[in-house]
Write a protein that binds this ligand. Structure first.
Ligand code: UN1
Length: 509
């Protein structure tokens, strides 16, 4: 860690809050214990309530100045932030690996996602388009325009400790908003390192402090303040369904807006018309990538009964070959889970599976000895279950793949849609009818539906998010930017008369 932490300037005890530079924090100290080797890789003093107040006031004050800068100029500053992430891609990627256990390729992939977001937002800064409509009244012009909203609260989870902030922050910035980031207390160092790099760029451009703000602190204290704060018109949050329900209620209470990206319970359907080799590779990446800790992780494999044995055998064979260990070792495909709590949750789920007569086909063991003594390493697990086993309805954030057999495509889609969550989905088939059925309104009920692509690894260019218990929010690409701005419908009367809409006459003579 020595040299990356020096290069990223996170080697000393850090303060976890600030608006352009760090303020002396008064909250409890967080020791960042790497799930990779159990070492303390950093120490952060978290924010107390007073620190939250200082930071949020700055974000509120800076909003005016930032929103007055023309959008394409804001876009240019975001472009520079993206370039700074490019320069530090390797170090940032390595820090992600050490802090949350992702393999190097995925750590760097996450930084690439931030860079892509900055590029996307730069282009979008010149495309904050509003529609113009034909007025029903003569010599009237009607159109809509989009204005900045205010400080945006961004709450992120440990599993994408930088990218999910970037999805929100890069768009919020070009929209003219300031950002208050409350990251997961399980990944404070990633948040600090990314924020510092962005602050340097803002400083170089003489942007006043308060545009990008960080408040590391518990959900209970800091997060709760953010949810109830009327100065913050929008909260964008990623996390569990339980957390999302609380956020939705609390923010709605003050009639604030929220964007929610909550749990997934993503499935892949594999039909007899599929190219099994492609399906196998996609399922492996989807189920084992990030050690099963993506919102988009493939958790269910709904496979036709005639090919179930062949595909399952091939999967078990491939699982056996997966190298588990230090995520920075280039041969390793799966690192540790984030902490022992996550390992326990996986063990609990396995217990429930056995109670419901599920069959463990491979894995599910907690590893020990050498680097494994952290208690955070497991073997990824495949088990065969009935589609409606209670534990299958839940999102267990671990590499746990449920195999479910089906007979007809209608039945496959029925099983697919039978869970409360609706984030990502995929079908593997070369049959046009099956693919189109899956994409039709009778098909997948998820926010993301893919053909011959797995459930994880969505590109930033599309709007990201899902339906049902996933919360309905959309972040990143397409027109998700609209949620970060306020829409105004404008009608200009240049007729010199006052015709009323709906043909109403309101006679005064
Ligand atoms: C998440 O797990 O919260 O589609 C985000 C993917 C990534 C993002 C996942 N681009 O898997």
């Amino acid at each position: 860690m020595g040299s990356i932490s020096e290069r990223l300037r996170i080697s000393k005890t850090l303060d976890g809050a600030g608006s352009g530079c760090f303020i002396k924090c008064t909250g409890p100290v967080i020791n960042s214990i790497s799930p990779v080797n159990g070492a303390v890789i950093g120490t952060t003093r978290s924010a107390g309530k007073k620190d939250y107040e200082k930071v949020t006031e700055k974000a509120f004050m800076a909003f005016k100045a930032w929103s007055l800068i023309p959008a394409p100029k804001r876009g240019d500053i975001v472009r520079q932030i993206g370039d700074a992430f490019r320069t530090h891609k390797k170090d940032l990627g390595e820090l992600i690996s050490m802090e949350v256990g992702k393999i190097r390729a995925e750590g760097e992939g996450e930084v690439q996602e931030m860079i892509d977001m900055a590029d996307f937002a730069t282009g979008q800064s010149r495309m904050l388009y509003g529609l113009s409509m034909h007025s029903e009244r003569p010599d009237h012009r009607m159109y809509e325009q989009w204005h900045p909203l205010g400080p945006v609260g961004v709450i992120t989870a440990f599993n994408f400790p930088m990218a999910v902030w970037a999805w929100n922050a890069m768009i919020a910035l070009i929209a003219g908003n300031t950002v208050i980031w409350n990251p997961s207390s399980k990944a404070p160092l990633s948040a600090i390192a990314a924020t510092k790099i962005a602050w340097d760029v803002l400083k170089r451009n003489d942007v006043p402090e308060g545009v990008l703000n960080l408040v590391i602190g518990s959900r209970k204290d800091i997060g709760e303040n953010l949810l109830r704060d009327r100065r913050v018109p929008l909260i964008s949050a990623t996390g569990s369904v339980e957390m999302g329900r609380h956020i939705a209620k609390t923010v709605a209470e003050r009639l604030g807006r929220s964007i929610l990206e909550l749990g997934g319970n993503n499935a892949v359907i594999v039909t007899p018309k599929a190219d099994l080799e492609t399906a196998l590779r996609a399922i492996l990446f989807g189920a084992v990538g990030t050690a099963g800790q993506r919102c988009t992780t493939t958790r269910r494999l709904i496979v036709h009964k005639d090919i179930a044995k062949k595909l399952t055998d091939a999967l078990v064979k491939a699982y056996r070959k997966i190298r588990i260990g230090n995520p920075l070792d280039e041969h390793v495909l799966m690192g540790p889970l984030i902490d022992r709590e996550a390992v326990n949750a996986m063990q609990k789920a396995l217990k429930k599976i056995k109670e419901h007569k599920g069959r463990i086909l491979y894995g599910g063991k907690v590893l020990s000895g050498g680097i494994y003594n952290t208690g955070t390493y497991v073997t990824p697990c495949i088990c065969e279950v009935k589609h409606d086993t209670p534990v299958v309805m839940e999102e267990t954030f671990a590499p746990l793949l449920y195999i479910i057999r089906y007979s007809t495509i209608e039945e496959a889609v029925k099983y697919h849609n039978a869970v409360p969550q609706g984030l990502s989905s995929g079908i593997f088939t070369n049959d046009l009818k099956e693919a189109e059925f899956f994409l039709s309104n009778r098909g997948s009920d998820c926010g993301i539906a893919n053909v011959n692509i797995g459930t994880s690894g969505a590109e930033i260019g599309g709007a990201f998010g899902g339906e049902k218990d996933t919360g309905g929010g959309r972040e990143a690409g397409s027109d998700a930017w609209k949620a970060y701005m306020r829409r105004q419908t404008c009608t200009v009367n240049w007729s010199g008369k006052l015709p009323l809409s709906q043909g109403i006459t309101f006679g005064m003579d």
